[in-house]
Unconditional design. Structure first.
Lengths: 261, 313
């Protein structure tokens, strides 16, 4: 039973992706689609290999900024969620700002951030932070508020200290919701990073994959654009799988969401 | 009601933190008496017969409530002048329809809630924590059975081999010795409740407060757990019985477990009580005696009268 299930879990998606790539390759060749419109997967792979040294530097920039923004969003989101959980008035006072920042499209705020920070690097970090921050805040707050009332009473009866209650009740109770937030935020941080790069519009050495995509588009180097795009997509997939693995590692033994996943 | 005095608890409490009842919580609290709300605690009419406080004649009261009233925000009356005395080592059930204030009595006794007015006295030292068991097992889903059971000891900063042995003893007493490493989600409803009992037992409480703990279980499991609970609260091996207050809405459970069934009615009044003179230990054979049947009938009638008396006019 188990090997068959493992095969289905990995084999089916692998097969579907392979069929898609083969159809793409075959279609491009059969219909003689020019490479400046739609390059074949093999050409994209060759371009990626040929330009890997220069693309890798941009890739590292994108990965680094995304992770820095995600870390800052995690820290800030958890701290502010804790503050909101402690004080309803703090939440009432600050919630409008959090919501306005969340619902305003990041691409429309980015030029303003660019003017205010006067640094492409800071703009990109702030953009990625802004979009990744809210899901962490909202989910952690939900987790902190959904502590079992009886367990809370039990901790009160046992005269647990504030620290004990935090360490042994609040943190584990909020963990599943926090990890859901982190999974969403991981993807959003990358979106924010790419959006920030587009808005900052910087070119040159110290730039990320989004800048390379823009640059390739201007120069109509479409295969190179696809190569950069592939790396962005792979980064997103890695973030998704990484946060998923973290969630399974931390919750696998006890939480319903990871049950027989 | 100045005569409420707490007595020194006797028995096998040893070093478990029980001291003279005159210290700490042993001394009665005083609460400001507030004006009764008109129309809510109305004692006129057919309810009058049942509205007199019924108290145990026993002198050594471990717990006593006198004229306790609890009004929740929004003027919702949870308890209307309830007086109740429970003797040391006594097993008392609070029986009544939902919303009659039985859980409120338990929360007040456990110190999880404060009365609006009236006096509560517990013949327990300030640092003695009651063994409190909730309606659902309230286990930490992220922790093994062992870690759940050792929680109260861990929160008191105890550690090491001594607590390991105490947890093992508690698990054995509730029949969970083989499930120490299991996670809560791997347990059946009855086993979860056993773990919850072990968590209360591990502190060797002299006072047990149980809030409809077996309400969600099937009848066979419930019978088995009733038996386990009695073995903990009324040990057959000569150990001192622990004072127990058990909230339930099952007549059979109340009669089987307790020495006294206190019948409550809405809104928050004690209306009757029935003594169960059968000695401990009680086993399944007790359920089939004529005495059991007649006591159940008596309690059912009291409950019936209570619900009529408590019904809105």
């Amino acid at each position: 039973m188990r090997p068959a299930r493992g095969l289905a879990r990995l084999g089916v998606p692998t097969l579907s992706v392979a069929v898609f790539l083969a159809a793409w390759e075959g279609g491009v060749r059969a219909l003689h689609i020019p490479a400046y419109l739609l390059p074949a997967p093999t050409l994209v792979a060759a371009t990626l290999a040929a330009n890997f040294a220069s693309l890798a530097a941009s890739w590292w920039f994108t990965v680094r900024i995304t992770l820095i923004a995600l870390a800052l969003a995690t820290g800030g989101g958890v701290l502010i969620a804790a503050l909101f959980a402690l004080s309803r008035n703090a939440e009432r006072a600050l919630a409008p700002f959090a919501v306005v920042l969340q619902v305003t499209p990041i691409v429309s705020i980015a030029p303003l951030i660019m003017i205010l920070t006067d640094s492409p690097l800071a703009t990109v970090i702030v953009c990625a932070w802004l979009v990744a921050f809210f899901p962490i805040l909202a989910n952690t707050l939900t987790g902190l508020r959904s502590v079992d009332a009886n367990l809370r009473d039990l901790f009160t009866l046992q005269r647990a200290s504030r620290w004990q209650t935090l360490r042994h009740l609040l943190v584990p109770s909020a963990l599943p919701s926090f990890l859901t937030g982190l999974r969403i935020a991981g993807g959003l941080a990358l979106i924010g990073e790419v959006g920030g790069e587009f808005a900052a519009g910087a070119a040159g050495r110290d730039t990320g994959l989004a800048s390379r995509i823009l640059e390739s588009a201007f120069r109509t180097e479409i295969p190179k654009m696809f190569a950069a795009l592939t790396l962005v997509a792979l980064t997103g997939v890695a973030l998704y799988l990484g946060t998923g693995a973290l969630s399974r590692a931390l919750l696998g033994r006890w939480h319903e969401s990871e049950r027989s996943a | 009601m100045s005569g409420v005095k707490s007595e020194r608890l006797s028995g096998a409490c040893g070093a478990s933190g029980i001291t003279d009842g005159a210290t700490g919580l042993g001394a009665p609290f005083r609460f400001r008496r507030v004006e009764p709300l008109r129309g809510l605690g109305d004692r006129a009419g057919s309810g009058a017969r049942y509205s007199q406080p019924v108290s145990s004649p026993t002198a050594s009261a471990a717990l006593s409530l006198s004229q306790v009233r609890r009004v929740y925000p929004g003027s919702r009356l949870a308890l209307a002048d309830v007086s109740l005395r429970i003797a040391t080592g006594e097993f008392v059930s609070l029986l009544g329809p939902s919303g009659c204030g039985k859980s409120t009595v338990l929360r007040l006794l456990g110190g999880l809630d404060m009365p609006t007015s009236g006096t509560i006295s517990r013949g327990l030292a300030d640092d003695a924590v009651p063994g409190y068991v909730f309606q659902d097992a309230a286990l930490m889903p992220w922790a093994s059975v062992r870690r759940n059971v050792e929680l109260p000891l861990m929160l008191r900063g105890q550690d090491g081999a001594a607590i390991r042995a105490r947890v093992d003893d508690a698990l054995r007493a509730v029949g969970l010795a083989d499930s120490a490493a299991a996670m809560p989600r791997e347990l059946s409803g009855g086993m979860k409740m056993r773990a919850s009992l072990a968590r209360a037992l591990v502190t060797a409480p002299r006072l047990w407060l149980l809030d409809e703990p077996f309400g969600a279980l099937d009848e066979i499991t419930r019978f088995a757990l009733n038996q386990t609970l009695l073995s903990l609260c009324q040990p057959a091996d000569g150990g001192a019985p622990a004072t127990t207050v058990f909230v339930t809405h099952s007549v059979y459970e109340a009669v089987f477990l307790s020495q006294r069934v206190v019948v409550m009615a809405r809104p928050g009044r004690v209306v009757d009580e029935v003594r169960v003179p059968a000695p401990y230990p009680r086993d399944a054979a007790f359920r089939t005696t004529p005495q059991f049947a007649s006591l159940c009938a008596q309690v059912s009638q009291a409950l019936q009268r209570a619900s009529v008396a408590g019904a809105p006019a």
